[in-house]
Write a protein that binds this ligand. Structure first.
Ligand code: ATP
Ligand code: MG
Length: 565
């Protein structure tokens, strides 16, 4: 590509709401332009990168035996009613009407459509197993679209769906997809981890997320120092402490804490550590309020809590008015000792082994010290309801946990028969009996990968693309081409040679001065830069620099040719 013919539109200033590096750099390079909240145009530059990612995903899916198809993005309401998700999917579902007033949604995912296709197409177990995939635009009306294409409303996803007669067969394909995802992210040059994930409202048996490691990631992942255990923090089990609860040594005492509400305020005021306090959170149960108690230095894990039998499938905090109505006390002063009997008290495993602890006094402006379970405070049930923290023992018994941040770029899921049953997708088995099919689903955030790769690979000058997704592999930068026929000719010659070898090469023939030219080439992250100048040509060399390195190398034409073998 000759840069003079390309639409390169780099900019210096970016909007203040571009909070993270990838968002800023995608705007500065001009890879994307915003049309509306969470909705972007991919420029020719951006699309070059996006297409490279897409092609690698496609190649590996094909290699794994999956079959590409393309489903509509507009999906009829009736189909979504069959699975109950027209209502359940919630606000992320963009609902639209046609001129006849018929309701549709813009597809946020395609389980309904593919299962409808499968129930019509697949008749016999002999057609199984089969894995269909597409690479297609999705729309989710995210509450908080942000970080550019990282959490967009319209985005590109690779979604695959497999169909099986048996669970064993599903488990095999799940493994196949898990391995395929590993190959895709390795080929893309990303640092990633596969982590156990929550199966959430969809249910199902097994699920893993593929997380690109980056400090700006929205997810927290826990992994063991002593084994290959890794899980989304939502999932990671907090084991019960090995040491039993000590016997009570102190008497229960009410202390005035007129303005101290948070654990930090109370522990500082009383001179005790947060680990010696019990934090009580009131949430909405299926029937009235439920108290969740964790140690003062721990946090409630809402995903774990949502699974408690006492809760309606989600952990919603009670609001202040509700709390005051049910307990007569303001939120900062609630504790398990003396709480009304109608409120179940679910105690985390670590909080349950405390003795002589500090907790809310169930009277405005007071806390208890010397509180003890059973003697002063009721335990309805002990459960794992907290988030793991760094240093906790690994749930598999090997090593301790570390916490890192990640960006979810892929998700594999054993769905089982949830959708096939709802939509009546059956095949005849070898005895001629109709069987509901088993399903797996496998997603990759194709457009999110582009942003995630930048989060992992950038410096002050711009993007440092992993070679497989770079818009071009090599940039040729002639210096003084306007004045020197030799520079022009040598640059053209090099360009033709590399292009003839099938290498994605860019010739910066815009006639810019070296400073602005290099700044652009570094900003857009081209991995290899070759400078053609009269000075170099005088000694038969080219100045070469690899993006991300700070030193130039003088290379002969032969050396250069070998670099791209
Ligand atoms: P998240 O937890 O980040 O909202 P999700 O669990 O809703 O993601 P899936 O339904 O598993 O996502 O979708 C498959 C993949 O699509 C995700 O792994 C992610 O990479 C990508 N993805 C999901 N939502 C978005 C979005 N709003 N913008 C860009 N990519 C997205
Ligand atoms: Mg997910």
């Amino acid at each position: 590509m000759r840069l003079s013919r390309f639409h390169l539109a780099t900019v210096k200033e970016v909007p203040a709401d571009a909070e993270i590096a990838s968002h800023r750099l995608m705007l500065r390079t001009g890879m994307i332009r915003k049309l509306a909240a969470g909705i972007y145009t991919w420029s020719p530059l951006g699309l070059r990168v996006l297409s490279k990612v897409e092609n690698i995903v496609r190649e590996e899916m094909d290699r794994a035996g999956a079959l590409e198809l393309l489903m509509p993005s507009i999906q009829p309401k009736e189909l979504w009613e069959e699975t109950g998700r027209w209502e359940k999917f919630g606000g992320q579902l963009l609902k639209i009407k046609d001129r006849k007033d018929a309701a549709y949604c813009y597809g946020p995912t395609h389980e309904e459509v593919i299962t409808d296709y499968a129930r019509n197409e697949l008749r016999s177990y002999k057609q199984l197993p089969v894995n269909f995939y597409q690479i297609q635009t999705k729309f989710r009306d995210e509450i908080r679209p942000r970080f550019g294409v990282m959490r967009a409303r319209e985005f590109l996803m690779k979604d695959a769906y497999s169909f099986h007669l048996t669970q064993d067969c599903l488990a095999n394909e799940y493994r196949n997809m898990y391995d395929t995802y590993g190959r895709i992210f390795t080929r893309l040059g990303l640092k990633f981890r596969a982590v156990q994930a929550d199966t959430g409202a969809i249910g199902g048996n097994a699920s893993h997320e593929f997380q690109v490691l980056a400090d700006s990631g929205e997810d927290a992942i826990a992994f063991s120092t002593g084994s290959d255990y890794a899980a989304n923090i939502e999932m990671a089990e907090a084991l019960a402490p090995a040491t039993p609860r000590p016997a009570p040594a102190q008497a229960l005492e009410r202390i005035a804490t007129p303005t101290q509400k948070t654990i930090d305020e109370v522990s500082a005021f009383l001179g005790v550590k947060p680990v010696q306090c019990v934090k009580t959170i009131l949430v909405r149960g299926s029937d009235g309020l439920v108290a969740l108690c964790v140690r003062g230095d721990h946090e409630v894990n809402e995903v774990k809590a949502a699974k408690l039998a006492e809760l309606p499938g989600e952990a919603l905090l009670a609001d202040e008015a509700e709390i005051v109505r049910m307990t007569g006390v303001k939120p900062g002063f609630i504790g398990p000792a003396g709480l009304p009997d109608t409120i179940p008290v679910i105690v985390d495993r670590s909080a349950a082994v405390l003795a002589d602890f500090v907790c809310g006094g169930n009277q405005d402006g007071s806390h208890y010290t010397g509180a003890n379970w059973e003697r002063d405070a009721r335990i309805t049930r002990i459960a794992d309801i907290r988030k793991v923290v760094e240093g906790d023992p690994s749930p598999d018994g090997q090593g301790t946990l570390k916490i890192a941040r990640g960006i979810e770029v892929g998700h594999v899921f054993q769905l089982g028969d949830r959708y096939a049953r709802a939509l009546g997708a059956t095949v005849l088995d070898d005895t001629g009996k109709a069987q509901v099919m088993q399903m797996g689903c496998y997603g990759i955030g194709v457009s999110r990968i582009v942003a995630a790769a930048i989060e992992q690979n950038h410096d002050d000058a711009g993007i440092i693309w992993p070679e497989p997704m770079a818009p071009w592999r090599v940039a040729i930068c002639p210096i003084g081409a306007a004045q020197s026929a030799q520079v022009r000719e040598e640059a053209e010659k090099l360009y033709d040679e590399l292009a003839a070898r099938g290498i994605d090469v860019l010739l910066d023939d815009r006639g810019l001065r070296p400073g602005p030219m290099f700044a652009d080439i570094e900003l857009i992250g081209v991995p290899h830069r070759i400078v053609v100048s009269e000075r170099g040509l005088a000694t038969g060399t080219f100045e070469y620099r690899r993006r991300g390195e700070s030193e130039n190398r003088s290379l002969s034409r032969d050396d250069l040719a070998r670099l791209f073998d």
